[in-house]
Write a protein that binds this ligand. Structure first.
Ligand SMILES: NC(=O)c1ccc[n+]([C@@H]2O[C@H](COP(=O)([O-])OP(=O)(O)OC[C@H]3O[C@@H](n4cnc5c(N)ncnc54)[C@H](O)[C@@H]3O)[C@@H](O)[C@H]2O)c1
Length: 283
């Protein structure tokens, strides 16, 4: 199976790693060689350490796994791709341009998996000649460690596409929970309200980030607090997603907390930049 992975950021790297470790051939595309070099280094490290996190994974030499991944800025290698998993930023203009490009290179049989937090799958499908072959697959972060994804059926997504997607995910050791298409679907429509309100609580000096998260972890038994979760996702991605939700529902409950936007403007993006509500080691 050949899978094109578009975007080598937080999600694209994890998706490419999962696919390569499931013995699929991967074409990993991003906008610059610099980003791709960083992705190659991160993949090597993550593959090397993946045995520690997942004892069931049969340890394969990282170089062997990486040999299944082509790192490129060009779309030419997608002419025989079976699937595309798109992971570019949560901004409609960026995604729209990528799908226009994909239409020029991918065969008609190719299925597009849209990895998005909030953007309508129906809208993406309608910007292609194959809306029946466009499906949402909202992977969870970090991708290699999360066995369940939220799959989204757009207005035109066919049953054949859903079954083919389930089969691909199965080979990656993942199960899909299928939901219908409205912005934010289930997970982010709800979780982004929580993360945004947690940021308001910090902005209003009701509590520190540590105290907010401690209440969710120590009192409610959550594995991770909302602000640590936001850091892991990327505060820029959280802001983009809230903007999409606000615009889609025209509902003020999704207005972005000014502190969140200010942190993004200051370059505090969370785990990927080393600093968000908390400090992080960049891998
Ligand atoms: N971060 C999360 O936890 C998470 C979880 C589930 C879904 N998502 C969704 O996945 C998508 C990607 O998110 P992310 O966190 O990986 O973002 P990111 O900002 O970490 O990575 C995006 C990557 O796309 C690249 N890119 C930008 N324009 C491109 C183009 N035209 N062609 C190819 N590559 C391009 C960027 O250089 C970057 O490497 C978003 O839609 C997001 O909402 C994110």
């Amino acid at each position: 199976m050949k899978v094109g992975v578009i975007g080598a950021g937080v999600m694209g790297k994890g998706v490419a790693q999962s696919l390569a470790q499931s013995r699929h051939n991967v074409v990993l595309i991003d906008v610059s060689d610099e980003v791709l070099d960083q992705a190659r280094t991160a993949l090597f490290t993550n593959i090397r350490f993946s045995g520690f996190y997942n004892k069931d994974t049969e340890a394969e030499d990282p170089e062997t796994v990486l040999s299944r991944v082509e790192f490129t800025t060009h779309y030419d290698s997608l002419s025989d791709a079976d699937f595309i998993i798109e992971n570019v930023p949560e901004q409609w203009d960026v995604k729209k341009e990528v799908y226009a490009q994909l239409e020029n290179y991918c065969p008609d049989s190719c299925i597009y998996l849209v990895n998005t937090s909030c953007i309508s799958i129906t809208k993406v499908g309608s910007n292609t000649r194959r809306p029946d072959k466009v499906i949402g697959v909202h992977f969870m972060n970090p991708v290699p460690l999360k066995p369940v994804v939220e799959a989204i059926q757009g207005y035109h997504t066919s049953e054949t596409t859903i079954e083919a997607t389930r089969s691909l995910l199965h080979t990656m050791g993942k199960e899909a929970i299928l939901v219908q298409d409205l912005p934010g679907f289930v997970s982010n429509r709800i979780s982004h309200l929580l993360m945004n309100e947690a940021a308001f609580v910090v902005q209003d000096q009701v509590a520190s980030p540590e105290e907010v998260d401690d209440i969710f972890v120590k009192c409610f038994g959550h594995k991770m607090g909302p602000l640590h979760t936001a850091d892991l996702i990327g505060l820029d991605t959280v802001v983009h997603s809230l903007d999409v939700l606000y615009e889609s529902y025209q509902d003020p409950k999704y207005r972005v907390c000014p502190l969140l936007r200010k942190m993004v403007d200051a370059g505090l993006l969370g785990a990927k930049s080393g600093q968000g509500f908390f400090e992080h080691v960049i891998l």
